[in-house]
Design a protein around this ligand. Structure first.
Ligand code: ZN
Length: 338
C-alpha cells in the first residue's frame, strides 16, 4: 500500500503563466470620458475589474492550485521549495503590474478629474495628493502579496510535516492497520486541524489580514482580488480627501464636511463614522481642522477621526470643503460658544 505521496506535483511555472495586462490607451480614454461625465463609480468599477482584480484573481488561482497539490500527499522538499520560488516570482510580477496600472489610472484619470472638480491648479498640492495616494496603495498591496505568499507556504509546510509523520507510521513494519482507512482518517484530521488551509484551497480566501477596527487583533481571511479592490477604492477616494483637506487649510477654514461618498451597502458600518454622522452642526456633519474648533463645536478633529479608523480601508466616507457662507456661520457659532 502506497502511503500518501505526491511525487510529481503539477507546479506550472510562472514564466508560462504570466501575461501582462497593462492599461490600454483605448480604455484609459474611456475612463477619462466617464470621469468627465461624472461617472466616477463606473470608471472605477470598469478599471478595477479589468486591470486590478483580474491580475489578482490569476495569482489567486495559481496559489490555490499549489495548495491543492500539497494536499494530495507528501511532496519532496525540492518541490515545496520550487513552489515557494514560483510564488515569489509570480507575486512580484502581478504586484508590479497592478501597481503600474493603478498609477496610470490615478495620475491620468482619477487624479486630474478630482483636481478639476476642485478647480485645483497648485502643482505642489496635486503632487502631494497623488504621491500619498500611490504610496498608500503600494503599501497595502505589497503587504497583502507578501503576506499571502508567506501564508500559503507556512500552511503548506505545516501540512507537509503532518503528512511526513503519518506516512512514517504507515510505512513502519510495526503498522498492522488498514492503510486505506488510516489515510481516510488522516485526511479528516487534516481538515479539522487546518481549517484555514481548506478555506483557502476551496473558497480562495488565501489572504489573512488583521481587521482595521480599534486595535482589535481579529484576523480575517480574504480573497486577494477583493481585498485589493477594497484597497484601491479606498486609496483612490483619498485623492479627494487629501485634496479637500489641503484646499480647506489653504482657504483658512476650520471645519470640513463629512459625508458618504460611495453608497454601496456595507455589512458593518464603522461606529466612528456613525458617531460623526450623528452630530448635527447647522444641518451638517463636520470634522474640525484644529483642536479649539473641535472643543467649541463638540466635534472630533480630522486627525482624531483618522486615528479611530474613519476613512481607512473599507470606509466609504469622505470630506469636502464647506462654502464661505457656511464657514461664516460656523465662525459666528464659535463666537457665541466661546
Ligand atoms: Zn465610514
Amino acid at each position: 500500500m502506497e502511503p500518501l505521496v505526491n511525487n510529481r506535483p503539477q507546479l506550472k511555472s510562472p514564466k508560462d503563466l504570466f501575461v501582462y495586462h497593462g492599461v490600454s490607451q483605448v480604455d484609459l480614454k474611456k475612463y477619462q470620458r466617464m470621469l468627465a461625465a461624472g461617472n466616477t463609480k463606473g470608471a472605477m468599477n470598469a478599471f478595477l475589474k479589468k486591470y486590478v482584480r483580474k491580475n489578482m484573481a490569476e495569482f489567486q488561482t495559481i496559489a490555490q492550485g499549489y495548495l491543492v497539490q500539497a494536499e494530495l500527499g507528501e511532496m519532496q522538499p525540492k518541490h515545496v521549495n520550487q513552489m515557494g520560488r514560483n510564488l515569489a516570482i509570480y507575486s512580484t510580477r502581478i504586484q508590479n503590474t497592478v501597481n503600474n496600472n493603478y498609477e496610470i489610472f490615478l495620475k491620468k484619470a482619477v487624479g486630474p478629474s478630482t483636481f478639476e472638480k476642485r478647480a485645483l491648479t497648485n502643482a505642489k498640492i496635486k503632487r502631494i495628493a497623488l504621491n500619498d495616494t500611490l504610496n498608500e496603495f503600494k503599501r497595502l498591496t505589497n503587504g497583502a502579496m507578501s503576506n499571502t505568499t508567506q501564508n500559503v507556504l507556512t500552511q503548506t509546510r505545516k501540512m507537509q510535516r503532518q503528512m511526513v509523520v503519518r506516512n512514517n507510521v504507515i510505512k513502519s513494519p510495526n503498522f498492522t492497520g488498514n492503510a486505506q482507512m488510516e489515510i481516510g482518517r488522516f485526511k479528516d484530521t487534516l481538515r479539522k486541524t487546518n481549517p484555514d488551509y481548506y478555506q483557502a484551497m476551496e473558497d480562495g480566501n488565501i489572504f489573512k489580514s488583521r481587521s482595521f477596527g480599534k486595535g482589535q487583533e481579529k484576523v480575517i481571511n480574504y480573497k486577494l482580488d477583493e481585498y485589493t479592490d477594497m484597497s484601491a477604492r479606498t486609496t483612490l477616494m483619498n485623492v479627494d480627501r487629501t485634496t479637500s483637506e489641503v484646499i480647506s487649510k489653504v482657504n483658512g477654514d476650520n471645519v470640513v464636511e463629512f459625508y458618504e461618498l460611495d453608497s454601496r451597502d456595507v455589512e458593518t458600518e464603522r461606529d466612528i463614522c456613525q458617531d460623526i454622522l450623528s452630530v448635527d452642526t447647522e444641518g451638517r456633519s463636520l470634522l474640525a481642522l484644529d483642536d479649539s474648533t473641535a472643543d467649541a463645536l463638540g466635534i472630533l478633529t480630522l486627525d482624531q477621526a483618522r486615528e479611530q479608523f474613519s476613512m481607512s480601508p473599507n470606509c466609504r466616507h469622505s470630506i469636502k470643503p464647506v462654502s464661505e457662507t457656511f464657514q461664516n456661520r460656523i465662525n459666528k457659532l464659535i463666537g457665541v460658544a466661546v
